[in-house]
Design a protein around this ligand. Structure first.
Ligand SMILES: [Zn+2]
Length: 221
């Protein structure tokens, strides 16, 4: 009881000096939320999407929203090196997509090429994946390696996007055994054409992954 009182007192004092505010519009929040009710009301939900990977394999992609305000603003925060926003995006996909009902065994973020990682200092997908792993108490495994420094998908035409990332991902040797017969939750911030997810899922299936489900913050519709 004393512990609970001290915790409440600490939380109240913390909120007094560091009040929580909306990650998108910066409005003050009265409780421990990420977005204010106005911003939540502006989220434009999208239905799940099925992406064929091979003749026999397909994956389901869950997205929290269309690529519009307020989620678009949070995704673009990666340009300003804001790691806490990336974590908040991870918490939001746990709340606003059905992944709570998906029985994934481990979480895999889409990899950045080391050169882009060096520029940015972190991988937004990795930070989101961290929250998805914590949510289900499963492991986060950085199993993918991006072998080529590909052009930004957003700067490619639809046809270029497929070739841009084709065979750009391989699986780290030390994880190949661990992945066999698992259900992987693949995490990224944004799906545009799906070419990046397609290339990554192919690499996962090639080493014996049983099932891949994808969660992204936004999907371009
Ligand atoms: Zn807001």
């Amino acid at each position: 009881m004393i512990v609970s009182f001290v915790h409440q007192l600490y939380t109240s004092l913390f909120d007094l000096f560091f009040p929580p505010f909306c990650a998108s519009c910066r409005a003050w929040l009265s409780c421990d939320e990420i977005l204010c009710t106005k911003c939540i009301a502006q989220i434009k939900p999208v239905v799940s999407h099925t992406l064929a990977i091979t003749k026999k394999r397909s994956i389901v992609v869950y997205a929290m929203s269309d690529y519009t305000y307020p989620i678009k603003k949070l995704i673009l925060a990666k340009g300003s090196k804001n790691i806490s926003v990336a974590r908040q995006l991870g918490k939001l996909v746990c709340t606003f997509t059905p992944i709570g009902f998906v029985d994934y065994d481990l979480v895999v973020p889409i990899a950045l090429h080391w050169r882009r990682y060096a520029q940015r200092g972190y991988n937004q997908a990795h930070e989101m994946a961290h929250e998805c792993a914590k949510y289900k108490n499963v492991l986060l495994c950085d199993v993918l390696v991006r072998t080529r420094h590909t052009k930004r998908q957003s700067s490619c035409s639809a046809d270029e996007r497929v070739n841009n990332v084709k065979d750009a991902f391989v699986i780290k040797d030390k994880y190949k055994k661990v992945l066999k017969n698992t259900h992987v939750l693949l995490v990224d911030d944004l799906m545009t054409s799906g070419a990046t997810l397609h290339a990554s899922a192919r690499a996962l299936f090639a080493v014996g992954v049983k099932k891949v489900t994808v969660v992204v913050a936004s999907r371009v519709t």
